[in-house]
Design a binder for this molecule. Structure first.
Ligand SMILES: *Cc1c(COP(=O)(O)O)cnc(C)c1O
Length: 240
């Protein structure tokens, strides 16, 4: 179908999609059970647009202001994911600035959940999907609940936040953003425990785990949502 030469970014997207398909096959899972979030933080709108024009819709950003600036430059059917730690005082700006926000991956406290819930109420939009971020590495980290507290925060969102839809868990892995099989196993055991205690069907539960260096392993270990940035868009350059 492609007539003009595809950009390197679109080729990289297709390559990642193919690797997702192969990993799904190895795990005996339908490829439709895994969502690819193209993590576009720090990348220019023009480059992200190429990926949109190739048919991709799910994009992830992790700076609130950057997402608020970018979102209006894309069609309404773009599905934005806010990934990583969110400060509670930015919840309102995020939700009002991005009307087509699809999911927040990274609620790590009741305070953030309550701020998001309040921000969504009255907007006339469907409940916002949220994933609870779990610190699966045991490293002292500023974000993510301890695995032993995963049910508690999930329960709070289910019972006290009517404008949010608790949809599962996410993990970043280790502090340096690498993951080990233990990180993925810990998240999967949080899933089992939470599904059992809150009566949520396992099939309706999301596990967001796996990034550029480990998304195939994550899929083999049950991920439903992989967040891939640099493998699609190239290494990020941060002005420091
Ligand atoms: C940046 C980021 C990613 C993507 O990382 P890559 O290694 O570039 O694929 C995934 N998840 C979160 C939370 C991120 O901040």
């Amino acid at each position: 179908m492609a007539t003009a030469a595809e950009s390197a970014t679109v080729q990289a997207l297709r390559d990642v999609m193919q690797r997702i398909q192969q990993a799904s096959e190895r795990a005996n899972r339908p490829v439709s059970s895994v969502r690819l979030v193209a993590v576009s933080k720090t990348k220019p709108v023009k480059m992200i647009r190429e990926v949109y024009d190739a048919g991709h819709r799910h994009f992830g950003e992790n700076y609130v202001q950057e997402l608020i600036d970018k979102a209006p430059q894309f069609p309404e059917d773009t599905k934005w994911h806010f990934i990583g730690h969110l400060q509670s005082n930015k919840a309102k700006a995020l939700v009002t600035g991005v009307p087509n926000l699809y999911m927040v991956e990274g609620v790590d406290s009741e305070k953030v959940a309550d701020h998001l819930d309040k921000a969504v109420s009255g907007l006339g939009r469907p409940p916002l999907k949220v994933l609870v971020q779990v610190n699966t590495s045991g490293e002292a980290s500023k974000s993510g609940v301890e695995p032993s507290n995963c049910v508690e925060l999930a329960k709070h969102i289910e019972e006290k936040c009517p404008n949010l839809h608790f949809s599962g868990f996410m993990t970043i892995g280790n502090l340096d953003y690498t993951s080990t099989p233990e990180n993925f196993k810990t998240l999967a055991s949080c899933q089992e425990k939470t599904c059992r205690e809150l009566g949520i069907p396992m099939e309706e539960f999301e596990l967001s785990m796996g990034m550029s260096s480990d998304f195939e392993l994550a899929i083999e270990m049950g991920s439903t949502n992989v967040r891939v940035g640099s493998t699609i868009f190239g290494a990020r350059e941060y002005a420091t």
